[in-house]
Design a protein around this ligand. Structure first.
Ligand SMILES: Cc1cc2nc3c(=O)[nH]c(=O)nc-3n(C[C@H](O)[C@H](O)[C@H](O)COP(=O)(O)OP(=O)(O)OC[C@H]3O[C@@H](n4cnc5c(N)ncnc54)[C@H](O)[C@@H]3O)c2cc1C
Length: 445
């Protein structure tokens, strides 16, 4: 059985591992010259222990029957129809490639960015290195109350010494260190008991070398519904509220930066003539709906927060692929336990299957469910292909692809640069540099 897996993030690698274990041959296609998806290009550089999830993927790649085709984008270099002819089955693990929008006036003013763009920039994503972030205003606002919002706020607050031993790009690190931002305000729509961040990530904000964390105790007062939910509840929300109460009780130490956590506020307008000058927010109150969910409802109290940078972190969103069905409202490929609706022999896993939620490990179980469906179909005799060879097709088309040895050459080069600089790696950040490094290997062979 020959299977194409499209997208080399966690879902792609976990699916590949299960498929190899079932005796399949797997070609893993990736639009970038480098594997690992958001583990390389999303997970924060100051969290090296999470980046090391890639070690598991390296073990998968070393197994018999695995091939990597980096720098190959499905929909551009090869079509979905072609893949279904070449392979018995195709598994899409393309993640969620864009951001959700706030849908408020001023959202597109210069200085208002999707957190996606900022994350991709500081992590060295080749498609985002041309971006110029103006970090010269004394204040930045981060919209959102999840772990990605925390990541971007924390990275903005980091000191030179804290960034130095990470694999953040040198350019973004230099810009953050030189920035004159003194205050970073995080804006949460609902209350502290509903925040989506996880306790370890929240707690870390209280341990930053160069920033005091500030919480107004008044914004931590719980409405009766939240208090009741907390009583009944989930350890996570309770721990978050405890950590926030600890922050609120602290006396600021006068560090260079302040990281202010606000709750029960929503941006209604980003204000500015030619660029962001302020964000207008409305105060919310919480209402318990008939469905038992606590919702934020705007009041008539408004406030304007002057700032020159807005990072919007209200969620990621999948993108439709040509030839595949797409659920616009959920931003996912419609599927039944990984079987793509209406398309035999086509499957999906990871964020494009269930939406952008969960941690790296969540994708393992998710991919296992998909592969289980695929194997069941194979056993039922439902898989078949015409045959042919992807490498030959790509060569005929003049598409330069990076195989796994090519990626290993890039990896070794980045690590060697890192070793000299006392960092885990120094990333190559342009496609040209990455391809040149992979090509250099071919000429040595
Ligand atoms: C900013 C950020 C920080 C995070 N931090 C953490 C963390 O600290 N800990 C944690 O556990 N989880 C974290 N996560 C969550 C974790 O990264 C995700 O759960 C996981 O990466 C989702 O896996 P995936 O394989 O579905 O998608 P992705 O990791 O996005 O992988 C999709 C891959 O598909 C490729 N692709 C897309 N389209 C095509 C195409 N047409 N052809 C070929 N290839 C294509 C992409 O280039 C990408 O490499 C974070 C997420 C984000 C966004």
């Amino acid at each position: 059985m020959r299977v194409a897996v499209v997208g080399s993030g966690p879902a792609g690698f976990y699916a590949t591992d299960d498929l190899l274990a079932a005796g399949a041959q797997v070609d893993l296609l990736e639009r970038l010259p480098t594997p690992w998806g958001l583990v390389r290009l999303g997970v924060a550089p100051d969290h090296p222990e999470l980046k090391s999830a890639s070690r598991v993927f390296e073990k998968t790649a070393a197994k018999e029957g695995f091939r990597f085709f980096g720098n190959v984008e499905v929909g551009r270099d090869v079509t979905h129809a072609e893949l279904t002819r070449l392979y018995d089955a195709v598994v899409y693990t393309v993640g969620a490639q864009t951001d959700r929008r706030l849908g408020i006036p001023g959202e597109d003013l210069p200085g208002s960015w999707a957190a996606t763009e900022f994350v991709a920039w500081y992590n060295g994503h080749p498609d985002h290195q041309h971006l110029e972030f103006d970090l010269s205003d004394p204040r930045a606002a981060v919209v959102g109350n999840g772990n990605v919002a925390i990541d971007v706020a924390r990275i903005l607050a980091r000191t030179e010494a804290e960034l130095a031993p990470t694999d953040i790009t040198e350019r973004s690190s230099a810009a953050i260190v030189a920035s004159t931002i003194g205050e970073i305000v995080m804006l949460g729509r609902r209350g502290p008991a509903q925040a989506a961040f996880t306790p370890p990530e929240l707690k870390e904000l209280g341990e930053l070398g160069g920033a005091d964390v500030i919480v107004d105790p008044a914004e931590l007062e719980l409405d009766p519904a939240s208090a009741a939910a907390l009583e009944a509840d989930r350890a996570r929300a309770r721990r978050n509220v405890d950590i926030l109460r600890d922050f609120a009780a602290r006396t600021p130490a006068g560090k260079r930066k302040r990281l202010v956590l606000r709750f029960l506020v929503s941006p209604v307008r980003i204000v500015g003539e030619e660029k962001v000058e302020a964000v207008e927010i409305v105060r919310n109150r919480l209402v318990l709906g008939d469905d038992g969910r606590i919702r934020a409802v705007p009041t008539d109290t408004f406030e304007t927060i002057p700032c020159g940078l807005v990072l919007r972190s209200v969620g990621y969103q999948g993108v439709a692929l040509p030839g595949l069905p797409f659920d616009e409202s959920r931003g996912v490929i419609p599927n039944d336990r990984g079987r793509v609706a209406g398309l035999p022999r086509v499957y999906c896993a990871g964020w494009i299957k269930r939406g952008p939620s969960g941690v790296i490990g969540t994708n393992k179980k998710d991919a296992a469910e998909t592969v289980e469906a695929l194997i069941a179909d194979a056993e039922a005799g439902a898989l078949a292909c015409e045959g042919g060879e992807l490498g030959a097709l790509l060569r005929e088309r003049g598409v330069e692809f990076v195989d796994y040895a090519g990626w290993e050459a890039i990896d070794a080069h980045e690590r060697a640069l890192g070793e000299a600089a006392g960092r885990p790696r120094v990333k190559l950040t342009s496609r040209d540099e990455l391809l040149a490094q992979a090509r250099a290997l071919e000429s040595r062979q």
